[in-house]
Write a protein that binds this ligand. Structure first.
Ligand code: NDP
Length: 306
């Protein structure tokens, strides 16, 4: 069995070593143009030429959860596309989002500013009931985040394409459910995949439906957010602030207005990182299952886009 490793911006050696230990009978190589075609591929942002040289590929393992960039490419017709299915990401996402929501709710930024000024001053406690949180996307990551927030006793709403039942979460779905979902929430967390249906979904109209003093946490993809609409809603005061981990252009250009906006907290696309050992174990397990003719989780529906 041949496995090609073709991951841009990723140090190959530890992946080859880990995959080699997990699949000792496989030949695992970093792809070079003109190399023999592979049975399986482990990829991140591969060049089109790599895909064009893999006519017999059985499966493409994307070493991330989001496949929007991969699906823009021309993929070998018979290859199944497989995304990382948690592999240590959901706990990271739950801690990142819980931190962002609690930091805003408990006004820790303001306390930090007070501390720097040597000021001992209490703020009036806010009621959780006034801070309903909505999670867009109730998949592997969104469901975990929604349940983490419900542990802190925030009223939690969730929105997905198809109906869902999640303990501690009021769920909504589809276009009709979106309006009720948005107008029920003060804090909005985006964990949707980027597809033609969800591109630009965070805009003046949708964010404008949040309860006044709304707060946005975008941890999915930059192209979900219409950036100038966010700036307008922050400046009008309808939104109190936002925590953003993803941007339309990454790295965020130095002249971008987000850098210096006082109501924004930014991180460099780091909310849930790919963990190498967990990912290798998951990919190797799935290759073994596929070779044994067994079903696997995390298959992407190319036409649905996630
Ligand atoms: P999943 O595929 O498991 O879940 C996607 C969820 O979104 C599902 O609940 C799905 O609904 C819902 N959804 C999709 N399309 C629509 C739509 N048109 N309307 C309403 N709901 C919709 O994805 P993950 O939870 O694993 O990951 C989500 C995204 O998070 C990734 O695609 C990626 O972009 C981003 N991400 C960001 C990272 C970071 O570091 N910032 C790290 C990892 C991922 P249904 O259940 O009905 O199908």
């Amino acid at each position: 069995m041949r496995i090609a490793f073709c991951c841009t911006d990723t140090k190959a050696e530890p992946w080859l070593q880990g995959l080699g230990q997990a699949l000792p009978r496989a030949t695992i190589e970093v792809w070079q143009p003109g190399a023999a075609p592979a049975d399986y591929a482990v990829v991140w942002a591969p060049p089109q030429q790599f895909l064009d040289e893999q006519p017999g590929l059985k499966a493409l393992f994307n070493i991330g959860a989001g496949v929007d960039a991969l699906l823009k490419l021309r993929l070998p017709a018979g290859a199944q596309v497989v995304r990382l299915d948690d592999a240590g990401m959901s706990v990271q996402m739950a801690e990142y989002v819980s931190h962002a929501v609690i930091r805003h709710f408990r006004e820790f930024d303001a306390y930090e500013a007070d501390m720097r000024e040597g000021r001992w001053s209490f703020r009036k406690p806010r009621s959780r009931a006034d801070f309903p949180v909505g999670v867009m996307g109730l998949g592997v990551l969104g469901a975990r985040v929604a349940q983490a927030l419900s542990v802190f006793e925030f009223p939690v709403h969730g929105w997905s394409r198809t109906p869902k039942v999640l303990e501690g979460v009021r769920t909504h779905h589809g276009d009709v459910g979106l309006q009720t979902f948005l107008s029920s929430c003060r804090v909005l967390v985006n964990l949707l995949p980027l597809t033609p249906d969800t591109r630009d979904i965070l805009n003046r109209e949708t964010l404008g439906r949040l309860l006044p003093g709304g707060y946005l946490v975008n941890v999915a993809r930059g192209a979900h957010l219409v950036e100038e609409d966010l700036l307008a809603l922050l400046d009008s005061g309808h939104l109190a602030g936002a925590t953003l981990d993803v941007f339309r252009t990454e790295p965020l250009p130095p002249e971008h207005p987000f850098w210096r906006h006082p109501k924004l907290t930014l991180t460099p696309h780091t909310s849930a990182r790919t963990l190498r050992d967990e990912s290798i174990a998951q990919i190797a397990g799935k290759i073994r299952a596929l070779e044994a003719g067994q079903p696997i989780a995390g298959l992407v529906d190319r036409f649905r886009g996630y």
